[in-house]
Design a binder for this molecule. Structure first.
Ligand code: CMP
Length: 392
């Protein structure tokens, strides 16, 4: 990275934001805090399970209870800290501190964090409620923050919501149609089992899900044919959403080796000044890619199809005449896209490197939308061509 860039020391709030809402790798403190919280959540859930066993509760009840209290205190501190640093979040840029914190508190992960504290409040209000273990197990959801795959499933469900809604409508339609047809055919023959819609709907649901229904066999030939068709339709109805989610999941994983966070994008100096809407736009355009040391990312003379931003790690740029090292926050691969000429250098990963990849179409779209981005990239490319600048 260009070492001449002035670096201001982060404020306490910025530093805590970096630790809690980390990007990826590198930050040791962030990894320690994450690891500690994950261990605490898992131990807390184990304690809830142990407390439900009477013998264990009788012998270790006091210690387990004390440990639970300790967990609640740590979770509460974590929650307050996350809310406090919310104004540092790139997505909250331009909003006042209060508004930023309120908006942040309404994000799904923060709602889960708040829910993790609810059992403690319930315990104070209703100490002997039978629902206590159930509410305390909600804390397991806190792990969603540390599992990119869970975030991916969430995104897949959101992005495929229309197709999934169509599946629900198809399933409901098939269920109602099978129930109505069965009522018409078998309603009179076995009124006690298939004599009204709720009864035939239950029968249809059991046949569709293949969870039985054998005890209510149709007695007419037509009824048996309808039952056979219903079972087959059931396979189709349940296979469809599984296929949709499976395909969406595969696409997401292929698109992103890791989840791109807003904090990660904001660490690239070029993007750090963008407003929240532009960053959100950008995150949807970027693809994440992790490469191992020694991977050749592009060769001099290749055709250019994307530019890259380094989220962490470093690369070596080499031409016949010079060798340059680029690191976190720098970008490369812009020159071929701007000039529509072949790559000017060969770029190889020096360490395990996380890259944010911007495909050429999105690159051109971004140039149109963000004049400041365009100007900066052009300036850097010009300087690189003249050999006067290295980093970004
Ligand atoms: P591009 O020509 O598309 O592919 C190779 C990339 O290496 C190039 O874009 C630049 O991003 C980068 N590069 C080329 N020359 C330099 C330089 N002098 N300093 C830093 N990066 C360079």
């Amino acid at each position: 990275m260009d070492t001449s860039k002035p670096e201001r020391a982060p404020t306490l709030r910025q530093r805590i934001f970096e630790i809690l809402e980390h990007g990826r790798r590198r930050d040791f403190a962030s990894r320690i805090v994450d690891g500690f919280l994950v261990v605490l959540v898992v131990s807390n859930v184990a304690v809830v399970i142990a407390q439900s066993v009477p013998e264990v509760a009788a012998e270790y009840g006091a210690s387990l209870h004390a440990f639970d209290r300790l967990c609640v205190i740590v979770f509460a501190i974590e929650y307050i800290a996350r809310i406090w640093v919310a104004p540092e979040h790139p997505m909250m840029r331009g909003k006042g501190p209060l508004m930023a914190r309120l908006r942040f508190a309404a994000t799904p992960l923060m709602v889960i964090d708040a829910l993790a504290l609810v059992p403690w409040v319930l315990e104070v209000l209703f100490p002997h409620s039978a629902l206590m273990p159930l509410t305390r197990l909600v804390r397991l959801l806190k792990l969603a923050r540390y599992s990119p795959a869970i975030a991916t499933i969430g995104r897949v469900i959101v992005s495929e919501r229309r197709a999934l809604m169509a599946c629900v409508i198809i399933l409901s339609g098939v269920l109602l149609a099978a129930a109505a047809v069965m009522l018409a055919i078998e309603g009179r023959a076995q009124p006690e089992r298939l004599g009204d819609m709720p009864k035939t709907m239950w029968w249809a649901a059991a046949m569709l899900a293949k969870i039985g229904g054998g005890e209510t066999e149709p007695v007419t030939a037509l009824g048996r044919i309808v039952a056979a068709i219903t079972v087959m339709l059931g396979i189709f109805c349940f296979a469809l959403p599984v296929a949709i989610i499976g395909r969406g999941f595969y696409e997401e994983i292929r698109r992103r080796d890791f989840v791109i966070t807003f904090a990660m994008v904001a660490r690239v100096p070029l993007f750090s000044k963008l407003d929240a809407a532009a960053i959100a736009d950008l995150v949807s355009m970027l693809r994440a890619r992790t490469v191992t040391p020694g991977t050749t990312l592009m060769r001099q003379g290749d055709r250019g199809d994307a530019m890259y931003f380094i989220a962490s790690g470093s690369v070596e740029v080499s031409t016949d005449t010079l060798t340059v090292h680029l690191s976190e926050g720098d970008f490369f691969g812009e020159m071929a896209l701007l000039s529509k000429e072949p790559r000017t250098a060969t770029v190889t990963a020096e360490s395990s490197t996380d890259l944010l990849v911007l495909e050429v179409d999105d690159f051109l779209r971004l140039l149109d939308r963000l004049p400041a981005f365009k100007e900066h990239i052009q300036q850097v490319a010009r300087a690189r061509r003249q050999g006067t600048v290295r980093g970004s």
